[in-house]
Design a binder for this molecule. Sequence first.
Ligand SMILES: [Zn+2]
Length: 136
Amino acid sequence: MRYWALLLTLLAAAPSFAEDGGTDIVRGKLRQTAGQAPAIETAAGKRVALSGDEPTMKVANDPRLKDADFEVKGRLEPDGHLEINHIHIPSLFVYRDGKRLQVSYWCDVCYIRTSSPGKCWCCQKQTDLDPIEPEP
Ligand SMILES: [Zn+2]
């Protein structure tokens, strides 16, 4: 009986695994202030604090993206902060020369692409920030 209860719980939870995450979009300058959560400062001057999973926050805290023209996708919470979608959903974009690019990292030794900054899992080299055209 316990197995059935567990199975039913898993089935009930399944739709939330399949969902594509929030659809709220905030664009502006990515502000990184010591001791504070990273935030997007919109063109209207409003600051929207960001939160998300660990690899997502590594991107939001990447000093190479400080003050970049940035766009995040997720869910605006009642307290005004934006919960960024999980890292497996493309939700972090940077604008360069008017082009919207997906934040991405690249190891030019191993030709391995990752979506979060840090050491390459293969050769341990620090990956390069290398935004790409968004996946269709
Ligand atoms: Zn590598």
